[in-house]
Design a protein around this ligand. Structure first.
Ligand SMILES: C[S@@+](CC[C@H](N)C(=O)[O-])C[C@H]1O[C@@H](n2cnc3c(N)ncnc32)[C@H](O)[C@@H]1O
Length: 276
C-alpha cells in the first residue's frame, strides 16, 4: 500500500563541538545537498563554513534578541526558532537544521521541530552528533561505566528535589546559567553559585575536587580542564560553554543482601521454568 508523505522534509544534524573533524559524513552530505540549511551555531568560523557549503543558509541566532522584549523569554525564542524551521518544511523544501554538538542533547528546538513536522505528516529525523559529554569523556579520561553517571541541567538540579548518588559521576550542564529563573539572562552570579554549592554540600564534602570543563571549539583554542574545590565555585569564572564535572566522592558500596540473593539462585534455569 502506498503511504502519502507530504513533500518537505526535515533532517536535524549536529556539527560536533570542534568544527574540524567532528562532523559525520552523513551530516555533511545533508548540509551540502539540502535546499536550505537552518542553523543556531554560535561559533563564527563554523557558521561561515556552513554558509559556504550550503545552497541557502538561514541563521537562527537573531531570534535570541527577542528575550529582551517585555513578556518574552528563552522559551518564546526556542518556539520561534522551531517555527522558522517548520515554515521552510511546509514550503516543500528539504531542510537541514544544524545545531552544535549533538542536535538532540540540551537542544529542545530540534525535538520541537521534529515533533511538529511529524504531526503535520512530513518526514523528519535526527542524526546523532558529538556532544560536550562525548568530548569530556575523551579529554578528561573518564569512563562513565566505571561508577555510573548522572547528567542534568544545573538549574533543574537546583530547583527540583533530586536524589544524587555521590558514588557516581555527576555532570552538570549550563552551570554558567545556574539559578537563572527569569529565562531572559545568559549568566549567573556568585550568590546563585553559592546556593548551588550549598545544595551540592548535602551530598559532597566542600573540599571535594570538581572540574570546570570547556572543550576547545577550534584548533587554536585550549581546552579548559580546571580542577577547583567545590567550596570555591562561587569565585570561579564560568562561561556559557562551561560544563561542571563532579567525580564520585565515595567508593561504591556492595549491596550484600542482593549478592546473597543472587548467590542463592541456581546457576541455570530449572527444567520446569524452561518448559513454561
Ligand atoms: C544548550 S547546551 C548544548 C549542548 C550541545 N547540544 C551538545 O551536544 O553538547 C549548552 C551546554 O552544553 C555544554 N557545552 C557546550 N559547549 C561546550 C564546550 N565547548 N565545552 C564543554 N561544554 C560545553 C555546557 O554545559 C553548556 O552550558
Amino acid at each position: 500500500m502506498m503511504t502519502s508523505q507530504k513533500q518537505g522534509k526535515l533532517i536535524c544534524v549536529g556539527t560536533g563541538l570542534r568544527m574540524a573533524g567532528q562532523l559525520t559524513p552523513i551530516a555533511r552530505s545533508y548540509i551540502e545537498t539540502a535546499d536550505v540549511v537552518i542553523a543556531a551555531v554560535p561559533n563564527i568560523f563554523a557558521r561561515k563554513w556552513l554558509q559556504d557549503i550550503s545552497k541557502e543558509y538561514i541563521c537562527l541566532l537573531g531570534h535570541y534578541s527577542a528575550c529582551d522584549e517585555e513578556g518574552k523569554n528563552r522559551r518564546d525564542t526556542y518556539r520561534n526558532m522551531a517555527d522558522t524551521i517548520l515554515a521552510e518544511v511546509r514550503a516543500g523544501k528539504t531542510v537541514c537544521a544544524a545545531f552544535y554538538g549533538h542536535p538532540g542533547i540540551f537542544a529542545c528546538i530540534s525535538h520541537m521541530a521534529i515533533a511538529d513536522a511529524r504531526a503535520e505528516g512530513f518526514h523528519a529525523e535526527m542524526l546523532p552528533g558529538i556532544s560536550a559529554e562525548d568530548c569530556l569523556v575523551a579529554d578528561l579520561g573518564i569512563d562513565p561505566g566505571r561508577t555510573g553517571m548522572q547528567s542534568m541541567e544545573t538549574t533543574q538540579f537546583m530547583i527540583y528535589e533530586r536524589k544524587i548518588d555521590p558514588t557516581a559521576l555527576l555532570i552538570l550542564w549550563q552551570p554558567g546559567l545556574a539559578g537563572e529563573l527569569s529565562l531572559k539572562r545568559f549568566d549567573t552570579t556568585p550568590a546563585k553559585l553559592q546556593v548551588l554549592v550549598d545544595k551540592l554540600a548535602r551530598d559532597y564534602p566542600l573540599d571535594h575536587p570538581v572540574i570546570l570543563y570547556e572543550a576547545a571549539t577550534h584548533p587554536l583554542e585550549q581546552t579548559r580542564m580546571d580542577t577547583i574545590l567545590l567550596r570555591d565555585l562561587p569565585k570561579a569564572s564560568l562561561q556559557q560553554i562551561t560544563t561542571l564535572v563532579i567525580p564520585a566522592a565515595f567508593p561504591l558500596k556492595l549491596d550484600q543482601a542482593i549478592i546473597d540473593e543472587l548467590n542463592a539462585l541456581p546457576e541455570t534455569m530449572e527444567i520446569s521454568e524452561q518448559a513454561a
